[in-house]
Design a protein around this ligand. Structure first.
Ligand code: ATP
Ligand code: MG
Ligand code: MG
Ligand code: MG
Length: 475
């Protein structure tokens, strides 16, 4: 079943059951506590918090999400992308645990010719929060899942809250058993790659007080109980299309194939090049989706997320052997793959290409000059018998050549070295302090100009000068 069909069926199923279909919100979160939308519930937060009265009791959506904390997993696990689409159904004081569990089971197990996804019920495993006996009984007594396929998990895994006083509650997850080639038997407790999590049901039930992490008091029941669920569209596609990982599904596979054409490296040739191909497929899509929603590359916040992701895509293309620019071709493929579901990508093609290509040109320039400096520093370090690149080299690369520390870390690691990050951070802090002292003395109006010059000379130019410079030239 194609990704587009998974999405259509999701929305139709819930619409037929009284849910209002709400289009995906932009990835740029309308929420000061979040850089980017990372879950389907984000646009509905004011309703869940009781700040705004919801205009409907039930809603459904397929929401674009970006999760940068998962960046290191990309291409290594089979199931984490930085961009993915979360299919969700939501109840605002309407149905609760039983309603949500029954709907989930019905959609997953109804045969495909009957409008569902047709998963084999015997391959589905359920997890519940260890103290949530209600949920356990609903899955067992009402839905009919055998006791041996329901596992209890602790707070870390199966309890939801927003990190601040407000709504919280247990969750319950549906996992799919992909068989012994993915890991040992024994349910989600034994292997999260074999028993891949596809759907998380959150039961917003209680009001929590202040506390650290998952250590907070429950103050009482919420005045109205809500449901928030999320199913990963790409994970379900991976199962329904019978492929090994989420980068091989219809929409992402086009990108792997394009990267193969551009580099000549065959997918399946070796594990390390496969990881790079998957990283390229993932990151270039995330970057284009971010640009599509109006994020511009920069050195802070969302702009930096985009810049980092794009640079990783470009660097992995180089690791695969590409020597010139490749972003134009890759962007074209992303728009081909995602355009049918997000027509704004097609309408906005010119602008998206301009932003992406300018960023690539700037980065290739930065790489060219910085790579020589880095290689020299690596050679020197090795010659001295060291395994750690000195902090002042990392600082120089950052300050003069616009190499962010994570780029230096990654490139040094590829050559078997670590980096004295502490030394780097100390130099960064010293530079910041000098800049602050500078601003203070200027403000107080008794700046000693000769001292000011000295500071400016010794601290070099402003942070990221090299980068801004090359960027300006390329734009
Ligand atoms: P996992 O434990 O596998 O990291 P999660 O518990 O962090 O997943 P949730 O926050 O519960 O995920 O999100 C709801 C659903 O969204 C998940 O059940 C999964 O199907 C999907 N999902 C979450 N993170 C990703 C990701 N990085 N890439 C693709 N799909 C994801
Ligand atoms: Mg996760
Ligand atoms: Mg999980
Ligand atoms: Mg989860």
């Amino acid at each position: 079943m194609e990704s587009a069909e998974i999405r259509r069926r999701w929305l139709r199923f819930f619409e037929e059951r009284g849910h209002t279909v709400v289009p995906s919100a932009s990835l740029i979160a309308d929420d000061p506590t979040l850089l980017l939308v990372n879950a389907g519930m984000v646009p509905f937060k004011p309703y869940f918090l009781g700040e705004v009265k919801p205009p409907y009791a039930r809603a459904t959506s397929v929401q674009k999400c970006v999760r940068t904390p998962d960046i290191e997993e990309v291409g290594k696990t089979t199931r984490h992308g930085t961009f993915f689409q979360m299919c969700g159904n939501f109840s605002f004081g309407d149905y609760f645990k039983e309603g949500a569990a029954k709907l989930a089971w019905e959609l997953l197990t109804t045969p495909q010719d009957g409008g569902g996804y047709g998963l084999d019920p015997e391959k589905l495993w359920i997890t519940v929060y260890e103290e949530d006996d209600d949920a356990w009984h609903i899955w067992h007594d009402t839905v009919g899942v055998p006791a041996e396929r329901i596992q209890r998990f602790g707070k870390e895994e199966n309890y939801w809250d927003m990190g601040v006083p407000g709504p919280c509650g247990p969750c319950s997850e549906v996992h799919y058993d992909r068989g012994p080639e993915f890991g040992p038997e024994g349910g989600p407790q034994a292997s999260d790659e074999r028993y891949v999590e596809i759907w998380n049901l959150v039961f917003m039930q209680y009001e929590r007080g202040p506390g650290q992490g998952k250590d907070f008091p429950i103050l009482g029941d919420l005045p109205s109980q809500n449901i928030d669920t999320g199913l990963g569209l790409e994970r379900l596609a991976m199962i329904l299309q019978g492929v090994h990982n989420m980068f091989e599904i219809d929409t992402s596979r086009m990108l792997i194939d394009r990267a193969t054409e551009l580099t000549g490296v065959r997918y399946g040739a070796a594990e390390h090049s496969d990881v790079s191909l998957r990283v390229v497929a993932d990151h270039i899509r995330t970057a284009i989706m971010l640009i599509g929603d109006g994020v511009a590359p920069g050195n802070e916040g969302r702009g930096y997320v985009l810049r980092r992701i794009m640079r990783r895509a470009i660097r992995n293309m180089r690791i695969l052997g590409a020597s010139g620019p490749t972003v134009a071709e890759l962007t074209d493929t992303v728009i081909k793959a995602m355009g049918p579901q997000y027509p704004e990508l097609v309408q906005d093609r010119k602008r998206i290409e301009t932003v992406a290509l300018a960023e690539e040109a700037a980065f290739l320039k930065t790489l060219k000059s910085g790579t020589n400096i880095l290689d020299t520093a690596v050679t020197e370090t090795r010659a001295g018998g060291g395994k750690v690149l000195p902090g002042d080299k990392a600082f120089l690369l950052h300050d003069t050549w616009g190499f962010p520390i994570d780029l230096t870390l990654e490139m040094a690691a590829e050559q078997g070295l670590s980096v004295d990050e502490e030394g780097f951070r100390r130099l960064m802090a010293e530079q910041r302090d000098r800049a602050k002292a500078d601003a203070r003395s200027k403000k107080q109006g008794h700046a000693d100009l000769s001292a000011y010059r000295q500071v400016a000379d010794s601290s070099g130019s402003t942070v990221f000068t090299g980068y801004t410079h090359t960027e300006g030239e390329a734009a």
